[in-house]
Write a protein that binds this ligand. Structure first.
Ligand code: SF4
Length: 359
């Protein structure tokens, strides 16, 4: 009997009321779908995907803002690749624009692999305003903060960031109280926890009664974390178990967090499908306001319009299985995405599409 067989057998021995656990990490969502782990679970254990994909939770208004910046002659817009195909607002029957389309029509939009690449572009193009689209969770923000500090040290005045950064524990707290979800606990994110450590999840267990387990991405690592969650529920002792100790230290990475805290401060942030969550975003501190693209290039935009028929919001809250969206796989596919959850490589809809329809 393999370890995976033993772990699955343990989960199948669970006989109590249905338990719903949520993963809040896009890499977990893809790993779980790729390895077919949900199919191994008994009917008494549900694992739903939450708002763990940073591109997916970025509101359509941010894409509209990015498109408005891309339209400015002096701007060289830089972004991670996932954002390129996310549709912006689609008023009436007009086709939804995306950065990819803007680029095809002549806007200067460049995919980069790191904000440091954007910094290099700022050095090479002093005549341009290089704007980096800052979308990401705790794993991404330290490098963005480092890029800002480097720009400050070099006196690079033509580099700025349009910040839509988000922090995940606040969303977890909010969803822990959602009656329509009825969560029993969280498979806590692997990569984010490398930075955060386990401390930020303690209130989820102590105050909100959520079972919490940090897990890795291999099948056995995910299943070990699920077993820990079931153990906590059966024992009636919600706590934070670290089942990924090779990568996640209890204290996380204080140096990375210090970098972020130097440049950014907590701010309310809008999440697609969820709304504004207090203190779940990162805004530039006053000292670094010169690097804030939202301040440097203010735009006046009409109210954002979500893609018609797209139910990303419910998918991101974990209350709708992607296949239950009427557009899934028919109108909305990775080749012709209607919503962000089908675009991003970490999106729940893309994961279901690639590993169910294409499997
Ligand atoms: S399948 Fe497409 S339209 Fe439906 S929720 Fe997902 S991204 Fe939106």
């Amino acid at each position: 009997m393999t370890e995976i067989d033993r772990l699955v057998a343990r989960l199948r021995r669970y006989q109590g009321p249905v338990l719903t656990f949520m993963e809040v990490c896009g890499t977990h969502t893809m790993a779980i779908a790729r390895q077919g782990l949900k199919q191994l679970l008994p009917d008494t254990i549900r694992l739903v995907s939450g708002p763990g994909c940073p591109v997916c939770v970025t509101p359509v208004g941010y894409v509209d803002h990015a498109l408005a910046l891309a339209a400015r002659e002096e701007v060289l817009l830089t972004t991670f690749g996932d954002l390129m195909r996310v549709p912006g607002s689609r008023p009436g029957s007009a086709p939804a624009p995306s950065l990819q389309q803007a680029s095809a029509q002549g806007a200067r939009v460049q995919v980069v692999y790191s904000p440091l690449n954007a910094l290099q572009l700022a050095r090479e193009h002093p005549e341009s305003e290089v704007v980096f689209l800052g979308v990401g969770f705790e794993t991404t923000t330290p490098t963005i903060a480092a890029a800002v500090l480097q720009a400050e040290a070099e006196g690079l005045a033509n580099f700025s960031v349009l910040s839509a950064h988000k922090t995940i524990p606040e969303a977890m707290v909010l969803l822990s109280g959602a009656e329509d979800l009825g969560l029993a606990g969280y498979l806590c994110p692997g990569h984010v926890s490398v930075i955060l450590g386990t401390g930020p999840y303690e209130p989820l267990a102590a105050v909100h009664g959520m079972a919490c387990a940090v897990g890795g991405f291999e099948a056995a690592e995910v299943l070990r974390a699920l077993v820990a969650l079931v153990d906590q529920v059966e024992q009636g002792t919600p706590r934070v178990d670290n089942l990924y100790p090779g990568a996640v230290r209890p204290e996380g990475n204080p140096r990375a967090r210090a970098l972020v805290e130097r440049v950014f401060e907590p701010a309310d942030a809008a999440w697609r499908g969820i709304g504004v969550i207090p203190h779940s975003g990162l805004a530039f501190r006053k000292k670094y306001a010169a690097f804030d693209a939202a301040l440097r290039f203010p735009v006046s935009l009409p109210a954002p319009v979500e893609p018609k028929g797209c139910r990303c919001g419910e998918v991101l809250r974990g209350v709708l299985d992607p296949v239950a969206c009427p557009l899934f796989g028919r109108v909305c596919t990775p080749e012709n995405p209607v919503g962000a959850c089908m675009v991003s490589s970490e999106g729940s809809c893309a994961a279901r599409y690639h590993y169910t329809l294409e499997a």
